[in-house]
Design a protein. Structure first.
Lengths: 325, 275
């Protein structure tokens, strides 16, 4: 299979996943007790049979299921995820307003996790069985056993409450009205605690992956050739070994993005980061079901798009990879 | 079996895990006997530090005994961890066995479904499931089982794929056994070791997931769990560290113990991993 067919097939898969997500959402709505009409009537504070009937007709709830499904699918295809019960705004608008903050936090966390993990992995690979190696194993064991939201709270307790080094809450200093570079710096400082909390969980696994890959690649012929040519040891490690060892990290980043988003929901709540995660919490506490469902659809589609991107990047980075399987 | 126990008990880590886990189980079982008044009873002033008279680990924001809360919280964590894993293993074994045994389009379909669950943010899906079913103990258990069964199904499918062509399966078929009987009495017992290992690891992660749900207020509102203890004392963290630190430590120690046990099971049941 050549690369173009592979990318085409991968695109179709992403579209199918998206359709599956929307189908799943359609049936999830039917899990909740009552329908849109009962909720609307509850909010209006009164309801008689005629009013309920007119509401159901207005929202198409009296139509047969396949018709409703078709209407729902075509609405979602046009970017209409319904409207928020509480905010009385289109769900899409509410989510899009918060999405940049979540993307920023997740991108930062991913970057920290990869940079930190690769650095730790390189150190550990230089001397397998060393103290760094052992420390990595212990750390990953601990991180996998503690709730991520609790790790965030502990970080806040130490660095904000006790040491007072970092701001504990929010995206930026309230009421400061910084502009330009000062504002960017302010946001960056606010991002450290939630970003690193989110990253720590993955850093250990990136470190392990880098370590294994580095040790594996270090044995291959082209590395021996490089050494034989007289290239310095540091250059061999960086230019030849690391570059090849990094390729599997691409796929890994894609596979873990779903877990990253789940963690982000919790971490955002701990640090009151105004992103989609805190929005999901608000949706839960106000019983805003359309909003919650919209968040599920949007995050699922974003994660599958990110997976598409990493798969394509992987196929370009490593031309030896057998495409398609 | 004896060989299994010898390997399992020969290393200190699984043993430590087993001892800690036994303590947590004992605490959970004895909680109603030790603290008959229940975790919601107010016993004194709020936010008393650990060591205050009669309060081993202090009181929480409402003046409830943290020790009682921690003991009762163990019940919820273990109950949710174990039952949701059993549910996931039940679904996963059934679907994985059918897919691996029959192969073909059933197998294709199952692989697509498990892939789907890997790609979507399953914690967000869990939030939707629990919120839509109304937060309760059973919706937590059902929700966690529904998002985790694909892990089991993958493992079971793999085992069945490699076992279905073996001689003992052909022999069973020659004897005239039906498919269902071959699946459950011949192949499944041979596929058990990896299922046990995966299951033991899943209990710990189910406990973490439950704590996250109840931290967000999506747990059973009538029950006190470690996660809801942390969620409920967020505002007090600045003045009373014990209200958030201790329940989190309880979660970490329990999950760590379970992971140690899972690691030991893996070494004992998987000869390829034995060192």
């Amino acid at each position: 299979m050549n690369r173009l067919t592979y990318i085409g097939a991968r695109l179709i898969k992403t579209v199918l996943i998206t359709i599956a997500v929307v189908l799943l959402s359609f049936f999830l709505v039917r899990l909740a007790p009552g329908d849109t009409a009962t909720v609307m009537a509850g909010q209006a504070g009164f309801a008689d049979e005629a009013f309920m009937k007119s509401l159901r007709a207005e929202y198409g709830l009296d139509q047969p299921l396949p018709v409703q499904l078709w209407k729902y699918l075509s609405a979602v295809a046009q970017g209409d995820l319904g409207s928020s019960f509480v905010r009385r705004q289109p769900v899409v608008d509410v989510i899009l307003e918060r999405l940049p903050n979540t993307l920023l936090l997740n991108a930062f966390a991913l970057l920290v996790a990869i940079a930190g993990g690769v650095a730790m992995g390189m150190m550990a690979a230089r001397r397998p069985g060393s103290a760094t190696d052992a420390a990595m194993t212990v750390l990953s064991m601990l991180f996998y056993a503690m709730p991520q939201f609790w790790l965030g709270m502990m970080a806040m307790l130490v660095f904000s409450v006790w040491l007072g080094w970092l701001p504990p809450f929010g995206l930026e200093t309230m009421g400061a009205d910084y502009t330009g570079l000062t504002r960017i710096g302010d946001i960056a400082v606010h991002m450290i605690l939630p970003g690193v909390t989110l990253a720590l969980y993955f850093m250990a696994s990136y470190a392990r992956l880098t370590r294994t890959a580095m040790i594996e690649v270090a044995d291959q012929d082209f590395v021996k050739t490089a050494r034989a040519k007289g290239i310095s040891e540091g250059q061999v490690a960086r230019r030849h070994i690391l570059r090849n060892a990094l390729v599997p990290l691409i796929t890994f980043a894609g596979l873990q993005s779903a877990i990253l988003v789940g963690g982000s929901v919790l971490v955002e709540n701990v640090f009151s980061w105004p992103g989609v995660g805190t929005l999901a919490y608000e949706a839960v506490t106000t019983r805003d079901n359309p909003l919650l469902l919209g968040i599920f659809i949007v995050t699922a589609v974003l994660v599958s798009l990110f997976n598409l991107a990493t798969d394509i990047a992987y196929s370009i980075a490593d031309p030896r990879v057998e495409l398609g399987r | 079996m004896r060989n299994f126990l010898r390997v399992f008990l020969s290393r200190p880590i699984p043993l430590v895990g087993l001892v800690i886990f036994a303590v947590v189980v004992a605490l959970a079982l004895l909680a109603p006997l030790l603290f008959a008044r229940g975790p919601f009873t107010i016993v004194g002033m709020p936010l008393l530090p650990p060591g205050a008279p009669g309060l081993l680990v202090g009181s929480d924001v409402l003046g409830r005994d943290m020790a009682v809360g921690l003991a009762y919280g163990a019940r919820i964590s273990l109950l949710v961890g174990i039952t949701s894993t059993l549910g996931a293993v039940g679904i996963g074994v059934l679907l994985g066995a059918v897919a691996g045994y029959y192969g073909g389009w059933l197998d294709d379909l199952l692989m697509r479904v498990t892939e789907f669950f890997q790609i979507i943010p399953s914690f967000v899906l869990l939030m939707v499931l629990v919120a839509f079913m109304q937060p309760s103990l059973s919706s937590t258990v059902i929700g966690i089982a529904l998002i985790t069964w694909p892990q089991v199904a993958r493992v079971v499918r793999g085992e069945f794929l490699s076992l279905r062509g073996r001689e003992f399966v052909q022999a069973a078929r020659t004897l005239g056994m039906g498919d269902a009987r071959i699946i459950f009495t011949q192949v499944l017992p041979n596929a058990l070791p990896p299922i046990i290992v995966v299951g033991s690891m899943m209990v710990g992660s189910a406990i973490l997931t439950e704590s996250a749900l109840s931290f967000l207020g999506l747990g059973d509102p009538n029950l006190l769990s470690w996660g809801s203890m942390i969620g409920g004392s967020r505002s007090a963290m600045w003045v009373a560290w014990w209200t958030t630190v201790l329940p989190g430590l309880a979660i970490m120690i329990t999950v760590l113990a379970l992971n140690f046990i899972g690691d030991g099971l893996n070494d004992a049941l998987n000869p390829r991993r034995r060192r």
